[in-house]
Design a protein around this ligand. Sequence first.
Ligand code: CA
Length: 256
Amino acid sequence: MLRISSAVASHPGLRREDNEDAYCAREDLGLYMVADGMGGHAAGEIASRLVVEAVEAFINETRDADVQRTWPFPYDPSISLDANRLKVALRLANRRLAAAMGENEALRGMATTAAVALFGRHTPVVAHVGDSRVYRWRGGRLTPLTEDHSWVGEQVRAGMLTDADARRHPWRNVVTRAIGGGGQPDVDVAALDLAPGDRLLLCTDGLSAVVPQDRIEALCGAAPPLQETCDALINAANEAGGPDNITVLMIQVDVA
Ligand code: CA
């Protein structure tokens, strides 16, 4: 059995007044999530918060599900029950955004990313949409478990840009997938391979698009407590200019 502990920190950064990031760390549900909202006025803040709340609600409703229940979307037998729970949760969250935009003209165009880890009763899973990331830290090495759904991310994977180019590119904020109330969002889900001693880092691009990966790797390996690691990551993003909202959520995996 694995024992999970977590810490989280969120900061508006140095150039923005509002914080449009949202998160949850629900040890009772095994649910950990960060979301990076986009939209005019306060809409980005509403988008990320609504999506986090909708995911929490569905994961809570299905906490005892051990067989396929009546899903609002087709059950995908090729992935696990918990992977289905996350995929459906994010699709329901998308509907929730669509409904909110239908009721309030001022919210039109709002959207959010989502990066989620779920420790249910079986193999843990991660899911994401957009450019918020999940990394695994193991034995001093930091490995990204998600591929950014972003323009620069696609260019890096195609070998057209380096990570350093991507952090400076004027289009670095352009996401190619988001939860925005439109057609069914395409959610990436993957089973998590975890061992005692591993750490997971969930973060918004206020960290990953600002602080080089080797610096994040070094900070993630710093000795506990976990909260200090989160605070150090926020400081690193702010020392690099803090151009964007920053949210970091760290999970420590130990033997129960
Ligand atoms: Ca952001």
